[in-house]
Design a binder for this molecule. Structure first.
Ligand code: TNX
Length: 529
């Protein structure tokens, strides 16, 4: 080869290499691993402490979820996380028990057994380029940390089919724990029945926002929804219809136990409610003996309230209540049983008070603590009885004076069946219109004079279903208001600002869409498309 040829060959090789270099640089520039910094991510509920760092973690096909010092429950959280991340990433993400504390490209869930100052539900989430670590005292804390991690991934993580990625999480550290220990939602399955699959979907939505209670309103005038083996007509007849005359439905005990388990796996306690002595037409229609005149009433499919009452002077009625409570309590690992007690306009006060007193004994004998709507504060409350404020401040103050704790459910702030504004076609408006801003801008600890944070167990958002018949309508009334309530229950009041929240919520549009949630696009929120 002569010198000239050699030179031109070298030039060719050089320019070839140069071209390759340019291509590599362009590709790596285009797929640059950048993501929104941790403190600019839209997280709901807002964590107590966020410290961003440079760079990001990238979840890979080969990543593993390690559970360290784990109980079975911690391992289940690992499985849950793997299940959440799998559909959109397509990654297998196996879950393994380990004792090592560092693993490149992996996620580590670590139980510290009470060495963190973060209570039973708090967690620390640390993201570096190398790995992600969630540390907590209890499995519940790991679970809440997992929900935060989920929100740090791109919105597409919520999709149920494989998406392109990349799956980046911004680096930094979050320390977090809830302001209130009781953070709930209520679903009225009596006015319209919702199937076990519907209830599970609802439970998943609650878990996403770190709620830990699902209160099920299991009986009302229009239907009885839980199988009671010793009183079978309650469901076969009393569960056979609903508002508007539809076919109703009920949960068998097996289905109910399965719901309890499903909720438990998501660190959600189900609070069963059997409303009494009013709101009982379905029971009164199923068994004549529960009526003072001994005659069964007709089934009811309208939406009036306050016309029915158990016969409070009959011993059979208390036997009935004991049987019902006994069977439900046996399926309920949670500490509470909700006895309703609201709007008993057909029960004279002189009958109502001894009734509530006696029913509290029945609940206690069955090993549960009583929750009742605020009216029960007119009776003599036993220690450990909790009242649920919904409308009457005076009742609530009476309850607090008796030493009761309070669950805050002010209808004009948290009733998810209230219309947003005059144009909302679903819902009711007896407590006023509840726009998304108004649902957010309030503080449980200053709403009722004489009821302060020390008296309050937490907050709960009820969805009454007189006008709600399906999941799409349910979602429309629940979202986005419930997200704001979740933040009120979790984030310290000093950190909650509507102007900041509404921007984070606006940024949630894409995530709600990825989740397939039919939410209300409130004009009070700057939705980001
Ligand atoms: C009041 S809130 C009720 C329910 C209705 C609801 C409709 C409460 C304890 N009782 O029976 O479904 O209003 O918003």
């Amino acid at each position: 080869m002569n010198a000239k040829k050699k030179k031109s060959r070298n030039l060719k090789i050089f320019s070839g290499l140069f071209a390759v270099l340019i291509i590599v640089l362009t590709i790596s520039y285009c797929t640059r691993e950048t993501t929104t910094p941790m403190n600019e991510k839209s997280l709901i509920p807002l964590p107590v402490n966020i410290n961003p760092a440079d760079g990001s973690f990238r979840l890979k096909k080969r990543s593993v979820i390690y559970v360290s010092n784990g109980s079975d429950k911690a391992f289940e959280v690992g499985d849950y996380l793997s299940g959440i991340l799998h559909p959109a990433t397509g990654f297998k993400l196996p879950v393994k028990a380990t004792n090592k504390l560092s693993a490149k490209g992996d996620i580590l869930l670590l139980l510290t057994h009470r060495s963190l100052n973060l209570g039973d539900e708090g967690y620390e989430l640390k993201v570096t380029k190398r790995m992600i670590t969630i540390t907590a005292n209890e499995p519940a804390g790991l679970f809440h940390g997992v929900q935060t991690l989920r929100q740090l991934f791109p919105d597409a993580i919520e999709k149920t089919t494989k998406q392109p990625g990349p799956w980046l999480v911004p680096a930094g550290t979050i320390q977090d724990q809830p302001a209130y220990s009781y953070r709930g939602a209520m679903l009225d399955v009596a006015r319209h029945f919702f199937t076990p699959a519907d209830v599970k979907a609802f439970i998943d939505m609650l878990a996403f926002f770190k709620l830990n209670v699902l209160h099920l309103h299991l009986s009302d005038d229009q239907g009885w929804r839980i199988e009671i083996k010793s009183w079978p007509n309650l469901t076969t007849y009393g569960g056979s219809t609903e508002v508007g005359g539809g076919k109703g439905g009920y949960y068998t005990q097996e289905e109910y136990k399965d719901l309890v388990k499903y909720a438990q796996e998501r660190f959600i306690t189900i609070v069963p409610e059997i409303d009494m002595p009013g709101h009982t037409n379905a029971a009164l229609a199923s068994y004549g003996i529960l009526n003072c005149n001994g005659k069964a009433r007709k089934l009811y499919t309208g939406t009036d309230v306050g016309f029915s009452t158990l016969c409070t002077s009959k011993d059979t009625v208390y036997k009935f209540i004991d049987d019902v409570v006994h069977e439900i309590a046996a399926m309920s690992p949670g500490p509470w049983f909700h006895i309703g007690g609201d709007e008993s306009h057909a029960t004279p006060m002189e009958d109502y008070i001894p009734f509530v007193n006696r029913v509290q004994d029945i609940i206690r004998w069955n090993g549960k603590k009583v929750i009742g709507w605020d009216e029960i504060a007119n009776a003599e409350l036993q220690p450990n009885t909790t009242i649920q404020f919904w409308a009457n401040a005076e009742n609530t103050q009476k309850g607090v004076k008796q030493g009761a704790k309070v669950i805050m459910s002010p209808a004009n702030k948290v009733y998810l069946d209230m219309k947003y504004d005059s144009t909302t076609t679903l819902g009711l408006h007896w407590a006023g219109y509840v726009e998304v801003d108004s649902a957010y801008i309030w503080d449980p600890a200053t709403l009722v004079p004489g009821v302060s944070k020390a008296n309050i167990l937490g907050i709960e958002s009820p969805l009454w279903t007189e006008t709600i018949t399906n999941m799409k309508d349910l979602e429309y009334m629940v979202f986005p208001r419930l997200a704001g309530h979740a933040e009120i229950g979790w984030t310290p009041v000093s950190e909650r600002k509507w102007d900041d929240y509404k921007v984070r919520l606006g940024n949630f549009a894409g995530r709600f869409e990825a989740m397939g949630i039919n939410f209300y696009r409130s004009p009070t929120v700057p939705w980001k498309e």
